[in-house]
Design a binder for this molecule. Structure first.
Ligand code: IMP
Length: 866
């Protein structure tokens, strides 16, 4: 085994906090060795780093299972109202460190591995990210399951187990290439397959009077993931479904003797969970996507109904046969309209299978479901063609039509003379083709609808859902997003965590508002020095990573100016590029004039079919190529495009950032959560009044954030007055020069017309108003540089940022969902007792008797015969 080095991380962890007990360390070592030999069947001569990671992960997993089983049993015993979170995406990242932190065993694990000659940080890097998400929506779901477990809520996450998660991004010659994310290749010890537990999901067939006939079945097989709460006894379940072909699938081929074709065609059914659609904020109207959405809804709803019906019988009482109590026992949150089909699916289950009447079934649905809207972008709003639904889900289409008929009857009764309103509020759109508006279905079938930041929820009720807000205002709410303080501070930034805990204790990890206690320290120079030292250490670590991965050497005394998120026009990475070019031109015009040096880092994936976003990546790399190789520029400016940005890379980049770029056009970013992660890690924000930036500003005070640009109202006015981007181009010499350089091939001399599509669009359309905000952005960046020159002032702002991030804990968000939407309360399982620990996991006596008696008889008979 390689001798592990004693990194700064390790020294800090072990010297300052949680000194591990020798006894615990020895137990860990024994367990590690047992897993290496017994589970992985490896010895020290052949074991790879990945084997060491696996042995470590199994050792940690062992510590979870007791509480996992106990938690699930406790829910059966107590029968609380359960919270179900349904999401097409869970962007979980890595599990090992998260489990160690939440269990509180990180110090002993690290010490034990060190004694075994291993380095924990290196082993952690062996774990593949669980990249089952695109960006904000999927990562939010991952933060939420962590918070639900930490708050001891009886909660479940439901999703899909994609065989291929978000693609791996490779940059070649400045262009993005997509590689498959074969994340399960080396096995995954965090999932528990349940092959004995499969649920049939039906497709196609025909809608008959008594339900749905002649369907084709695909099986949903459960894989369970443990979700441990932070230092408590709760371990909840994230259940991800995988598509399996039933044995009688394509029976026709088998019957006709084409055995090979029949076996090959089983793949068609199993393709449903093969791959995550890599689109962020963009609907892809493919049949396979519709099948994925329905597959998740159907398997999940069947599972929830099963649990509702059967729990009592297992505890000795009768099973539930009526559904009047269903809304008291289940709250179902739909993470966007991707799961709006859960509404007709529950209607189908209740009416066709459980023989409940329409009125009662509808009452159950509307009391059970709640819907979160995540975006205002029109291209993201889901509308499924009626022809597609008719083919794949005929019974559900029939139910949707009936829901619509009753809904429109009620709307007409309220506004008898307003036919246009009735048309606007219909679930069925007629133009340009007949489609079902899934947001309208979700609103009608839910008792609560929420946006994800105050400004976003306001826009929803004022514009997109205005008619519905006037119809049922009581349904509309706001739930500002949050992030989990465990992963996004405690885990990713141990240096800052310890510095904070040394001053105010560790309570902030589960009560982030406690960070307010740091406010008086914002002017204490010794504390500012500690914060500065942590930032410098984090920057040094990132510098190493950047050198190894890009070959570029960066200056750690420069300002790390970071823009990481999905590449999308509305997020305005192109505005950042205009700033880079402006800085470059200023250096070239006055070489040697002192300036605040910057390292500008941009990272993010573009959807594979999103031409403009991919062009923007190429442009950033082209500008970087020129700037980084210009001797006049030297250390003053470096530009880096960070390849394959993902959760585990975010954990490295965010703690090392000085300036966080959150510069979307006002009114386009629903909330953003990256903005909150940077704030928690002591980066200052340059941003527009968009999404949760607005609330961040309120929390920290305008003097601690760099806000620029148009407000939502100003953007609206500009557009309605007729926006002419070329006017701004003509009026500002620096802007004109930057755009001309891009257009004329200054950054692409071998292909001068390479970026014409980008510049033409900017000059003639500029959908997201970059040119209108350019001047304000540049001036704001100048204010940032001025502030950075005064490090004491900067650090004071940094501390005030950290101290006021409390509101943006996902614990607060989930607490609000639980009380204001779900009506759910915590249900913490009791601590393990000594009797529990000794207890055999299965009551063997009666089972043994049943099986062994006849067996024993037959064995003795055989013996007698012999
Ligand atoms: P599910 O909630 O039915 O999916 O079961 C999840 C877990 O809950 C099982 O693996 C058991 O650990 C536990 N469980 C299931 N049924 C019962 C029961 O009737 N009593 C106590 N625990 C149960």
């Amino acid at each position: 085994m390689a001798q592990g080095d004693s990194s700064g991380y390790r020294k800090k962890q072990i010297s300052m906090r949680n000194i591990p007990q020798l006894e615990d360390v020895n137990t860990v070592k024994l367990s590690f060795n047992r897993h290496l030999h017994q589970t992985l069947v490896k010895d020290r001569h052949v074991a790879t780093k990945h084997d060491f990671y696996m042995a470590t992960a199994h050792t940690v997993r062992d510590k979870l299972v007791g509480n996992w089983i106990r938690t699930q049993q406790h829910y059966y015993k107590e029968d609380p109202k359960r919270c179900y979170y349904i999401s097409m995406e869970y962007y979980m990242g890595r599990s090992l460190t998260n489990a160690m932190v939440n269990l509180g065993v990180d110090s002993e694990m690290e010490e034990a591995l060190y004694e075994l000659g291993l380095n924990l940080e290196e082993l952690q890097d062996q774990e593949e990210d669980a990249g089952l998400g695109n960006g904000g929506l999927g990562r939010l779901a991952a933060c939420f399951v962590d918070s639900m477990a930490t708050l001891a809520l009886p909660a479940y996450g439901y999703g899909l187990r994609y065989e291929y998660g978000i693609f791996t991004q490779a940059i070649r010659d400045g262009y993005q290439h997509e590689l498959p994310d074969d994340w399960l290749r080396f096995g995954n010890c965090w999932e528990l397959p349940r092959p004995e537990f499969t649920i049939p999901v039906h497709f196609y067939g025909s809608a008959e009077l008594d339900g749905w006939q002649n369907t084709q079945v695909v099986l949903a097989m459960a894989y369970d993931y443990p979700i441990p709460g932070y230092r408590n006894t709760t371990v909840n379940t994230l259940r991800l479904w995988s598509a399996k072909s039933p044995n009688n699938f394509e029976l026709g081929y088998f019957n006709h003797g084409d055995y090979i074709k029949a076996v090959l065609d089983r793949n068609l059914a199993e393709n449903i969970t093969r791959v995550l659609y890599p689109n962020d904020n963009m609907m892809e109207g493919k049949e396979l996507r519709l099948k994925q959405e329905y597959f998740l809804c159907s398997a999940t709803l069947q599972d929830i109904v099963r649990r509702y019906k059967t729990f009592k019988s297992r505890e000795g009482g009768p099973s539930r046969t009526t559904f009047d109590q269903f809304p008291e026992k289940a709250a179902i949150q739909l993470n966007d309209t991707h799961h709006a089909l859960a509404i007709p699916e529950l209607m189908h289950i209740l009416m066709d299978l459980e023989k409940v009447g329409w009125e009662e079934a509808w009452d159950v649905c509307t009391k059970t479901f709640a819907y979160t809207n995540h975006t205002l972008l029109p291209e993201a709003l889901e509308r499924w063609p009626v022809t597609m639904l008719q083919k794949i889900l005929p019974r559900h289409l029939q139910i949707i039509y009936e829901i619509n008929a009753r809904h429109l009857k009620a709307v007409t009764a309220r506004w008898p003379d307003d036919l246009d309103r009735v048309r606007r509020m219909s679930l069925v759109e007629e133009e340009p083709e007949k489609r079902i508006n899934m947001a309208h279905l979700a609103i009608v079938g839910s008792h609560a609808i929420n946006g994800v930041a105050a400004i976003h929820s306001g826009i929803l009720t004022r514009s997109v859902f205005k008619d519905f807000f006037e119809y049922c205002p009581e349904k509309f709410q706001n739930k500002t997003n949050g992030i989990t303080p465990r992963r996004w501070l405690r885990l990713c930034n141990p240096g800052l965590s310890d510095t904070i805990s040394d001053e105010i204790g560790e309570g902030w990890v589960i009560d982030l508002m406690k960070l307010k206690d740091l406010l008086p320290l914002a002017t204490k120079s010794s504390f500012l020095r500690s914060v500065l030292k942590v930032k410098k250490d984090n920057k040094l670590k990132l510098k190493e990573y950047l050198y190894e991965n890009t070959g570029v050497t960066v200056n750690v005394d420069s300002m790390f100016d970071v823009h990481v998120k999905r590449i999308h026009e509305y997020k305005r990475q192109l505005l950042n590029v205009l700033h880079m070019i402006t800085l470059y031109n200023r250096i070239k015009a006055n070489p040697g004039v002192p300036m605040v040096p910057r390292t500008i880092i941009v990272g993010g994936k573009a959807a594979p079919g999103y031409y403009t976003a991919k062009n923007i990546i190429k442009l950033i790399n082209s500008v970087a190529e020129v700037v980084n190789n210009d001797k006049d520029v030297g250390d003053c400016l470096k530009i880096i495009f960070l390849e394959n940005y993902r959760v585990s890379l975010a954990e490295k980049v965010i703690p090392a950032t000085d300036l966080s770029e959150q510069i979307s056009t006002a009114g386009t970013e629903a909330s953003g959560t990256g903005n909150m992660k940077f704030q928690a890690n002591g980066a200052l924000t340059i941003g527009t009044l968009d999404g949760a930036n607005v609330e961040m500003k309120e929390e920290m005070g305008a003097e601690n954030i760099f806000i620029f640009g148009m407000t939502v109202d100003e953007v609206e006015k500009l557009r309605s007055d007729g926006y002419v981007p070329r006017k701004y181009y003509e009026a500002n010499a620096e802007l004109k020069k930057a755009i001309d350089q891009i257009h004329d091939g200054f950054f692409s001399p071998n292909e001068p017309s390479l970026f014409h599509d980008l510049t033409n669009h900017l000059l003639n359309h500029d959908t997201y108003c970059l040119l209108a905000d350019y001047e304000a952005y540049i001036q704001c960046q100048e204010r940032v540089s001025e502030a950075y020159k005064d490090q004491t002032k900067w650090l004071t702002m940094v501390v005030r940022n950290i101290a006021t991030v409390g509101k943006f804990s996902s614990d607060r968000t989930i607490q609000q969902y639980a009380t204001e939407i779900w009506g759910a309360t915590p249900c913490p399982p009791p601590k393990e007792t000594k009797t529990d620990a000794k207890m055999a996991p299965v009551k063997t006596a009666p089972v043994k008797a049943a099986i062994t008696k006849p067996l024993a008889k037959s064995v003795s008979k055989q013996k007698a015969k012999a």
